[in-house]
Design a binder for this molecule. Sequence first.
Ligand code: ZN
Length: 293
Amino acid sequence: MGFAGPTWLDGDNIIEGQVFLNGAYLDGNSSNGEVSQAEFEAVISHELGHFNNLDHAQINGFKYEAGLAPATSVETMFPVLLTVEQRFPAKDDEVALSLLYPTSSFASTTGTITGTIFNLTPGGKMAFTGANVIARNIADPWNDAVSQVSGVTKIPAGVYTLSGLTPGANYTVEIQSIDPSFTQGSSVGPLDPPIPLPGPSEFYNGSNEESTDPPDNPNDYTTIKVSAGVVVSGVDILINTGIPQPGPTPTLVHTATPKPPSGATPTPTVTPREAGPFFHLPRKVLRTKAISR
Ligand SMILES: [Zn+2]
């Protein structure tokens, strides 16, 4: 359906990029794949994101498929085309663009949370690169959510920074694995293939984050209030390696689930994710057929 990316750099500055869009998806010939105009507009938005050097993101796409998150919250840069609402940038798309091309007031008018993901190994506490880290505003967890993969720049390892947060709002911070199908042109973050978390998805829960006393319940969370122009640092998460998990482990969700917006009583229904075509295999390889076809 498309691929895109920067093609020429001058130091750290992108001076040229390209976007490839496969119009055969709009030619009325179903034998070579077909999408609606609105769906194709979502492809255009997504590829223009790559043109501007955005990576993929994994925040609400699976939640939407499970019937939890609204379509309007699905990030444009989710690797799979799921809804026409991906025509429009979600919060994370906007924040990612703002980090690359900020207005002069971006940093001073938004909040930031940063920390390191650690894994307890026989050799001691080691920084863990490749965890998907998401901050969600507990008052608006689907729409006000920002992510970054830990260690995204590889140096230093395991560090994440979540920017563009709403001043005065309270955020949860959670970790999860990048979906194992997100490889090559559909990769998310610095590792390809992704490395799964050596423990369950879980929330940051403050002084109970250390898994020794009591055993760290992955569904316990401590919210973090952010302020304009302030960086809240040291929000470190220790992966629950080898710790017995209290309570049932959900099987239908890919991540620890914040409470849904008030008034919503969603019933999860699982849609095969292959039902949605991948946008592309960009940057490296072009895939012209939807994955389900
Ligand atoms: Zn893409």
